[in-house]
Each structure stands twice: as C-alpha cells, then as structure tokens.
Design a protein around this ligand. Structure first.
Ligand SMILES: Cc1cc2nc3c(=O)[nH]c(=O)nc-3n(C[C@H](O)[C@H](O)[C@H](O)COP(=O)(O)OP(=O)(O)OC[C@H]3O[C@@H](n4cnc5c(N)ncnc54)[C@H](O)[C@@H]3O)c2cc1C
Length: 291
C-alpha cells in the first residue's frame, strides 16, 4: 500500500477524485451538503485499513469523532461507515472494540447516530462479526455489512435478523477463494436476491448496496409485490458510481444513501474500484489525458 505522503499519492489524487470526494473533513462535509441537496443521504467513510500500530488506530478513531462533530455542527444528513482493521482489529479485538465503542457513543449525539461496520476480506470476517456483535449488545446504533458472494452469509443474515441488527447487503469486493465464495456472477446475483428478500421481509431497515441494473429491478419488484413501503429500506451506492441512477431512484420515491469515502489513504479503495470494472479503469485513464 502506498503511504499517503508518497509523491504518487500527492500527485495522482486527481485519478481517484471521481470516487473519493476529497482528502479533508471540510471537503467531505461540503460533499455531503451537495448530495443532501439532491435528496440523497450519505455515509462518510474515513479511508484507511489494515492498521498495525495502536497510535494510528487511535488517531483514526479521533478523526471519526471530529467527523461526527463536523456533521452535527453542519446539520448534514450523514452517518459514518468504518473498517475495523483501521480501528486496530489486526492488533487486538478488544482494542478495536474499544475504538468502535468510542465512536458509537459519540455518534449518539448526532441526528443520524448510526455507525456502519464495513466488511473486509475473509481473513477477518469472523473477527469483524465477533466485535460487531459485542458492540451491538450495548450499542444498538451499530450495524454490519454482509457479502452475498460468501457461502457463509446465509447463516450470518439469519443471525442478524434474529438480533434485529441493521445489515448492508453487497456483493463483496475482495478476491476470495472458490471454496468459501461463489465465483460466478449469476450465482452471486442469485444469492444476493435470496438474502435481499429475507432482509426486506424480516430484517431491520436493510441497506441494499448495488449498482447492478438487474438487481435493482428485481429488488423493486420484490418491494412492489410484497407491499414493502419505501421507508423500510434504503438503496445504497458508491460516490461517483451511476450518479444519475441515484437521482432517478430518489425521484421514484426510494431512499438512497451514497457511501462517500474520503481522506488521504485512498489508494486501496481506488484500486478495488478500478479492478472491479473496466469502465472505472478507463475513466481513470481518461482523467490523465483531460487535465
Ligand atoms: C454503498 C456500498 C457499500 C459497500 N460496502 C462494501 C463493504 O463493506 N464490503 C465489501 O466487500 N464491498 C462493499 N461494497 C462493494 C460491493 O461489494 C461491490 O464490489 C460493488 O458494489 C460492485 O458490485 P455491484 O453490485 O454494485 O455492481 P457490478 O458488479 O460492479 O456491476 C453490475 C452491473 O451494474 C451496472 N453498473 C455498475 N456500475 C456501473 C457504472 N458505474 N456505470 C454503469 N453501469 C454500472 C452494470 O450493468 C454492471 O454490469 C459496497 C458497495 C456499495 C454500493
């Protein structure tokens, strides 16, 4: 991973700009305001992952407290998302829980007190769920992400429904081995829809996170046939991905939340977006020539 103060990071932020609205809290809050003006709610993520020293994890936790204060002061409609490996999960689960707890407690002072725990690679799935459940036992404003490509997720969805925990369902963004993850897109879509239906019918305000036209159409059909009102769930999309569709969904009466990551540690996130879609790589390349 590139260090945020490397010259690549400093000189090439323009490449990531489509997916990362800025490097500072001020830029992030101003993006939240712009999205709010279009009827979109937001979840801000302070970029960073795989932290291996306590000081860095404590600093990241402190940044989240600042972000929460800035959102509250600005009256901006946004909650926060975070990665537990940025909170020290790879160092010690109790330490990550302590940091998550500080954020969950501070978030209670905000109009939207919700804190979403992102899901990372399969090496930390079980640890992430353990820390999440320990936090959720005390702080009901904490929710989790589950990935439809993992074969274990049906069980994790059932558990989250039983707990009454809020779930964001996504396909999954990491490279996982075929013994634990569905490898073909039709299988991932099928599992996504099966789990989305369960969450929509019995879950607590699920976040349906996808840009996939087929999945969006199928989810709309489920909510129409099952008469699930639009305030019982939200669609979620990434900042910079299909912005017109985000606005169309709002115009159609759906709730839409944009996941907006910001900060200087954008390289890992940016690479995942580029690897995911050829169009994203082409967009990054075209930015190089249109400066
Ligand atoms: C809000 C949110 C939060 C997420 N959080 C996590 C997380 O915590 N952990 C994790 O592992 N992953 C996370 N992800 C990433 C997710 O797992 C997928 O990697 C990512 O969303 C790509 O899958 P997709 O279903 O959106 O569509 P894709 O599989 O990328 O695309 C499917 C189809 O959608 C259409 N499409 C998609 N993007 C575009 C575009 N830009 N322009 C035009 N058409 C497009 C195309 O028809 C395409 O064929 C998150 C995603 C979102 C939206």
């Amino acid at each position: 991973m590139l260090a945020p103060d490397s010259s690549f990071q400093k000189n090439f932020f323009f490449l990531a700009k489509r997916f990362v609205p800025g490097e500072t809290i001020e830029a992030a809050v101003s993006t939240v305001r712009e999205l709010n003006a279009k009827g979109l709610t937001v979840s801000l993520d302070y970029l960073g992952e795989d932290v291996l020293d306590r000081k860095a994890a404590i600093e990241t936790t402190g940044r989240y407290l600042e972000i929460l204060d800035a959102l509250r002061d600005a009256g901006a409609d946004s909650n926060v998302s975070l990665k537990l490996t940025a909170m020290g999960l790879l160092i010690d689960e109790d330490f990550a829980l302590e940091n998550l707890t500080r954020i969950a407690e501070r978030a209670r002072q905000n109009p939207d007190p919700f804190v979403r725990v992102d899901m990372e690679g399969s090496a930390v799935t079980s640890a992430t769920l353990r820390v999440f459940e320990r936090a959720f036992a005390v702080h009901k404003n904490v929710g989790i992400v589950l990935q439809a490509y993992l074969k274990r997720t049906a069980g994790d969805v059932a558990r989250a429904i039983a707990l009454g925990a809020r779930v964001r369902l996504c396909k999954g963004a990491y490279n996982e081995p075929p013994d634990i993850a569905y490898a073909s897109m039709p299988q991932i879509r099928e599992n996504f829809l099966k789990l989305a239906r369960q969450l929509l019918m019995r879950g607590n305000y699920p976040g349906i996170a996808t840009h996939d036209r087929r999945l969006l159409a199928a989810v709309k059909e489920i909510v129409a046939t099952e008469s699930i009102p639009p305030e019982r769930f939200e669609f979620q999309m990434l900042y910079g991905c299909r912005p017109q569709v985000q606005e169309q969904l709002v115009a159609q009466g759906y709730r839409v939340r944009v996941y907006a990551p910001f900060g200087t540690h954008w390289a890992g996130y940016f690479y995942r977006r580029v690897l995911e879609r050829r169009e994203n790589a082409l967009f990054a390349l075209s930015s190089m020539f249109s400066r």
